[in-house]
Design a binder for this molecule. Structure first.
Ligand SMILES: [Zn+2]
Length: 260
């Protein structure tokens, strides 16, 4: 009799073990946002827009954003493509993210428009075909930095940053993470507005740096250095802090949704 109870018990245990093992194989592992790559645009011999203002402000905002993520999410690995004033080729920035199997890539820049001093506000870009000449011109200007690289023709397989057609072809490579990139981009722009910055919305264009990454990726233009209001905002500690806060809040919301 005792033996029978024991047998029944061990059978139940066996069923339980098999059940747990099977379901854990069938059910996908819970999504975790474990690694984020923060990419401060330009640096070193590449000054960016506004005679070096862009490379400086982009780095300040990036480091501030990283500090916030590190302080609030010690389990998230924050990787910087640069944390000082050095030159890093575009393909290397993407490679850093790919090598580290990042879950999210955020490239941070400042905008400039040679034709208008009144244009102001933030724009968050995902890969895709530009809808306006301005968006194309911006992607061309940002991609032009590959000319600072010694072997750019080899590194980018003959990509000509001055050719509009090359940008159209680039933009047509659809990223598998388009919907997640769009989701994060929308969260960035919403939070920029909440922080009192002027949001110009989510946009699309062919940027080399987010084309080469293999995870959800955005490029944030944090304001126009050619506009007096934006320039003052980007030039002040409190302004850059607001921008870093907006991107941090977007990160927080995205991480929460991602891990649901
Ligand atoms: Zn830039």
């Amino acid at each position: 009799m005792k033996l029978k109870i024991l047998n029944t018990l061990s059978f139940k245990m066996l069923v339980l073990v098999v059940f747990v093992a099977t379901t854990s194989m069938i059910l996908p592992a819970k999504n975790r946002l474990k690694t984020v790559v923060l990419d401060a645009g330009h640096g070193g011999k590449d000054p960016g827009a506004g005679n070096g203002m862009e490379k400086k402000y982009a780095l300040d905002i990036t480091l501030e954003l990283g500090k916030k993520i590190e302080a609030n999410y010690p389990d998230v690995k924050v990787i910087y493509t640069r944390d000082s004033d050095v030159f890093v080729p575009l393909h290397e920035r993407a490679a850093i993210a790919n090598r580290n199997k990042a879950d999210l890539f955020i490239s941070i820049h400042c905008n400039a428009n040679p034709h208008s001093k009144s244009l102001r506000g933030t724009e968050t870009y995902v890969m895709g075909l530009h809808k306006t000449q301005e968006n194309l011109d911006l992607a061309k200007a940002e991609n032009n930095v590959i000319l600072y690289e010694d072997n750019y023709k080899k590194s980018y397989k003959g990509f000509n940053p001055n050719s509009p057609l090359a940008h159209i072809m680039l933009a047509n490579y659809q990223n598998a993470f388009m919907s997640q990139s769009l989701d994060f981009a929308a969260k960035v722009e919403k939070n920029m507005a909440k922080q009192g910055h002027s949001s110009r919305g989510v946009k699309q264009a062919g940027f080399i740096v987010i084309w080469e990454t293999t995870m959800p990726s955005v490029l944030v233009e944090t304001g126009y250095l050619t506009n007096a209001t934006d320039k003052a905002l980007l030039g002040s500690d409190s302004g850059r802090e607001k921008i870093a806060t907006a991107i941090y809040k977007a990160f927080k919301e995205y991480k929460t949704d991602f891990e649901k």
